[in-house]
Design a protein around this ligand. Structure first.
Ligand SMILES: [Zn+2]
Ligand SMILES: [Zn+2]
Length: 533
């Protein structure tokens, strides 16, 4: 690959299992780029990973590094840009917006954890930094290097289709073993009074052994708060958000119910809105509850939690990471935040409390997301000198996503998943455009969605190309039928070719823009949506 530097455009996909030393490959590539008189850009999915990457790069390349991310002030950001313009900084490390860094002799663009959804910006200017990296590389005749232990189906497909070149790292560094994974079938566990324990006996024992050896434990559950399904003890009505069509989550620390979609919060004492009964039972599970339970089972252990609630203060996340490294934390409980590329050398046990939370999402990428999340979390175990172990608790032990994640077998996952995408004509076998219709009035929004659907069908029937190229689905109420006081409907356009699809979407958007004022409804067009809710 390094021979290709300065010889024109090419995109590489580096598939390296967790702990295989992708960062070392990145640094050698950057080194080669600098040696040949080029500049290099390194994108990481989020702020917390920048400092880890920066430290390694500074040790190797010294001061010629610029940092670009949303945590900088306007002035700091300007200084970093000017250092790049003056060619004092030859390497930039940053989050998605760094893709616009003003390099003029860019030889290499690295996108680490290329599968990560946070590369897509969904407000104001809509773009996906990973896709832009490939476009920019082509434009400037440079190399793009996308890396992941769990590549997106899209990128891996591009390797199969010979658009990208594939590079593989099959082994962990120093030949360390992948962690041994034990599946626990949650359907078969029983507890007192028919309440299923979420810390099963197998997991409890493994935690005790790990703590006994003076090693660290990571417990993963992809949901924050204490209980996500509070419901009336008399009539069974769940506590719902007044702005959204979702149940609220009880946050024990804040002593309040909170909506995770709009942020609305109300006192814990509200009681049932339907029958007035003050008693609410706390069904469902979140990281707060896991933390409380673990503390009661292992009172001697020092337990910390890492999720959006505990890391809201500036510096809190970095402090937790430091405490982990220094060994003052025995058990860390966390959401997907813990899965993102962090290196925890002393964690030898990973417990996945419930692997199924994202499996049944109404989104064609639900399987891909679940596999990526589980394989990434499992990969956090045994990254130091001692071997790792993973306990994976699930209600779906036969599901292919669970089984392939257990074996960290990306190729098997891909082969299964790509068949499903082909059969149902989902990306990468088709492109999607989502048209979202949102408005405050329920009936008006529904009527407008129907009318826009009619306009789409007419436009399609009047044009031979559209008839052949475009499939039209909907309008239907969106899976999240109400969000932030807005009722939501969606139309989905599917097509094999981008040209007619975009032309059609533009025509509809122009038509909608002319008419939306009448209905008080807004229409949002999202090309290649990452999120189908
Ligand atoms: Zn009630
Ligand atoms: Zn809400």
């Amino acid at each position: 690959m390094l021979n290709g530097l300065g010889r024109g455009y090419q995109t590489y996909l580096l598939y390296g299992i967790t702990g295989s030393g992708k960062t070392e490959v990145y640094m050698r590539a950057v080194s080669a780029a600098l040696d040949s008189g080029h500049q290099a850009l390194v994108l990481v999915p989020e702020l917390a990973l920048i400092s880890q990457t920066e430290k390694l790069f500074r040790a190797r390349f010294g001061d010629c590094i610029a940092l670009l991310h949303s945590g900088l002030s306007q002035g700091e950001r300007f200084d970093q840009w000017m250092r790049i313009v003056r060619n004092e900084a030859k390497v930039a490390i940053g989050a998605r917006s760094a893709i616009f860094a003003p390099f003029d002799r860019l030889g290499l663009i690295i996108v680490d954890e290329e599968h990560d959804a946070s590369y897509k910006q969904d407000n104001k200017l809509r773009y996906n930094a990973r896709d832009l990296a490939v476009v920019r590389a082509r434009f400037q005749g440079s190399l793009a290097l996308l890396g992941s232990a769990t590549p997106s189906v899209q990128s891996y497909h591009n390797v199969q289709a010979k658009k990208y070149e594939g590079l593989n790292l099959w082994k962990r560094i120093e030949d360390r073993d992948l962690p041994e994974v034990t599946l626990v079938d949650l359907r078969e566990t029983k507890g007192p009074r028919r309440v299923k324990p979420f810390i099963t006996d197998v997991l409890k024992e493994a935690i005790a052994q790990t703590l006994g050896r003076g090693e660290q434990v990571l417990l993963f559950l992809n949901r924050r708060g204490f209980a996500n399904f509070p419901a009336c003890t008399r009539c069974g009505e769940p506590v719902r958000c007044k702005n959204c069509d979702v149940t609220m989550t009880l946050h024990q620390g804040a002593n309040a119910f909170r909506c995770h979609y709009c942020g609305y919060s109300c006192a814990r004492t509200v009681g049932c809105r339907v029958c007035g009964n003050p008693k609410i039972k706390l069904l469902g599970l979140g990281t707060e509850r896991v933390e409380a339970k673990v503390k009661s089972i292992f009172p001697e252990a020092s337990v910390a939690r890492m999720d959006r609630d505990t890391t809201i203060r500036k510096g809190a996340l970095l402090k937790t990471l430091r405490d982990l490294r220094e060994g003052t934390i025995d058990i860390l409980v966390g959401t997907q935040m813990v899965a993102k590329g962090h290196h925890y050398p002393n964690i030898t046990l990973v417990g996945i409390i419930c692997a199924d939370l994202s499996l049944n999402f109404p989104d064609f990428r639900a399987g891909e997301r679940t596999f990526q999340l589980l394989a990434q979390v499992a990969g956090r175990a045994g990254r130091g000198k001692r071997p790792g172990r993973v306990i994976l608790q699930t209600f779906n032990p036969e599901h292919f996503c669970i089984l392939t994640a257990k074996d960290q077998d990306y190729t098997a996952f891909y082969e299964h998943e790509i068949g499903f995408r082909r059969d149902l004509r989902y990306p990468p076998y088709a492109r999607l455009v989502q048209i979202l219709i949102a408005g405050k009035d329920k009936d008006q929004t529904a009527r407008y969605a129907q009318a826009l659907g009619e306009i789409c069908r007419t436009l399609r029937s009047e044009n031979k190309t559209y008839q052949k190229e475009i499939e039209l689905l909907g309008p239907v109420a969106a899976p999240l039928a109400r969000l932030k006081k807005q009722y939501r409907w969606q139309l989905l356009l599917k097509g094999l070719n981008v040209g007619p699809l975009h032309a059609f979407a533009r025509a509809i958007k122009a038509r909608a823009d002319r008419e939306t004022w009448k209905a008080g409804v807004k229409v949002i067009v999202d090309v290649d949506p990452m999120d189908m809710l």
